[in-house]
Design a protein around this ligand. Structure first.
Ligand SMILES: *Cc1c(COP(=O)(O)O)cnc(C)c1O
Length: 397
């Protein structure tokens, strides 16, 4: 017999969410997650993936994965610290360090996992973390897990950050203080003010932690936001994911050798969760090789991002202040944003609405993620569907 209390909790809360229009229905794909996808038999231009460089379906990665799968099997068989470290894992970590211009790197099973692992390996209840209010959920959870005091500062507000850093430092209450930020904020596509953040960190002796999930493969010719600002030797923790621009799955920390040595003995997902599969590792290695060899995909991504932004802006849409290919189309009201997204999908563009609480109230939007794999023709089609639905709903004239 199932628990009555659980049953009541689930029924009440699910109905509540559905009543408020906040229950997310998942649309399974019948195709690869490429620039055009199939859902319910319909072909749609895909502007919702994080597959920035189109590598998720790249033949070179598929071949690397297939070869590794044949050679090493489907699973790694153990956690990294027992005997789940294949030579391939070591090779991936060496490649990641090269890619990030750091001494060393450590790979995890996901970017989310990486934040669970890395923050609490270094920070504890005697420490404090200064955290941008728009940081990703996995950063927030990683901070909570560490039991450090979490001090939120206003989004990219350097005056607020400095004041809070000063106060934390001068209180004498904390052993260590960390500043933690996304490199690129995925809802608006804006870039963290890393040069100012580094200055504040130097002034108050803070540990610096940048989660560059949306910047890696995108900024700094692909090497990420830290490289973009020329700060590779000034940021203690560079977090990345293998799941977005790299096109596979996994996460990593790049940094000084002694930091990585410490994470290898103290970060719990590394010690207690089975390592990445051989196919994932081999595909990730191949992806990084491709990024190190050429900036072609990166340039294509930016080109497509500029093209889409220009098209939507000329039609009169509010596309915010993105500094990256991420292209929000800000509608405002939550239900209108959702209706707009629904109509776009019906007309053939898969672009999802993002509303409160993921973004502030009244800034509901449809977010577009152009990739290197889109053709101009696909983007033109998407723009004309935007025009049709935008006029129909009175969003543009
Ligand atoms: C997407 C994202 C993650 C999670 O990465 P996964 O590899 O998908 O688990 C972590 N941090 C940030 C900032 C992200 O945007």
């Amino acid at each position: 017999m199932s628990s009555q209390i659980l049953e009541q909790f689930l029924t009440e809360n699910l109905e509540n969410l559905k009543g408020k229009g906040l229950y997310n229905v998942i649309d399974p794909l019948e195709s690869p997650n490429g620039p055009v996808i199939t859902i319910n038999g319909h072909s749609l231009i895909n502007l919702s993936s994080n597959n920035y460089l189109g590598l998720a379906t790249d033949d070179r990665l598929k071949k690397a994965a297939a070869d590794a799968l044949q050679k090493f099997g489907v699973g790694a068989g153990a956690v990294r610290t027992i005997n789940g470290t294949l030579k391939l894992h070591v090779e991936l970590e060496e490649k990641l360090a090269e890619f990030k211009h750091t001494e060393a790197a450590i790979a995890y099973q996901s970017g989310f996992n990486c934040n669970m692992a890395a923050i609490s390996a270094v920070m504890d209840q005697n420490d404090a973390i200064l955290s941008d209010e728009l940081n990703h959920a996995s950063i927030i959870d990683g901070c909570r897990l560490s039991k450090a005091k979490i001090i939120r500062y206003h989004h990219s507000d350097m005056k607020d950050l400095r004041a809070k850093a000063k106060e934390a430092k001068e209180s004498g209450k904390y052993n260590k203080i960390m500043i933690i930020t996304d490199g690129v904020f995925s809802m608006d596509g804006d870039i963290a003010l890393l040069p100012e953040i580094v200055k504040i960190a130097e002034e108050f002796d803070l540990i610096t932690y940048v989660d560059d999930a949306h910047g890696s493969g995108v900024l700094g010719d692909g090497a990420g936001t830290v490289k973009h600002f020329g700060l590779s030797d000034k940021i203690d923790f560079q977090i990345g994911t293998l799941s977005k621009a790299i096109g596979v799955v996994g996460g990593y920390v790049a940094g000084k050798k002694n930091l990585i040595d410490w994470l290898k003995v103290r970060s719990r997902p590394f010690l207690f969760s089975t390592s990445l599969t051989p196919a994932d590792v081999a595909a990730s290695i191949r992806a990084i090789e491709i990024l190190l060899e050429s900036t072609e995909l990166n340039q294509k991504l930016w080109d497509n991002g500029r093209y889409l932004k220009k098209g939507l802006k000329e039609l009169g849409f509010n596309i915010g202040n993105s500094e990256t290919p991420i292209t929000p189309c800000i509608i405002g009201e939550e239900t209108k944003s959702q209706r707009f997204s629904k109509r776009l999908i019906e007309e053939g563009v898969y672009a999802k609405a993002i509303v409160f609480p993921t973004v502030p109230k009244g800034t509901g939007r449809v977010r577009n993620m152009p990739t290197a794999a889109h053709t101009k023709d696909m983007l033109d089609q998407a723009i004309s569907i935007y025009e049709k639905v935008g006029r129909e709903m009175g969003i543009i004239r």
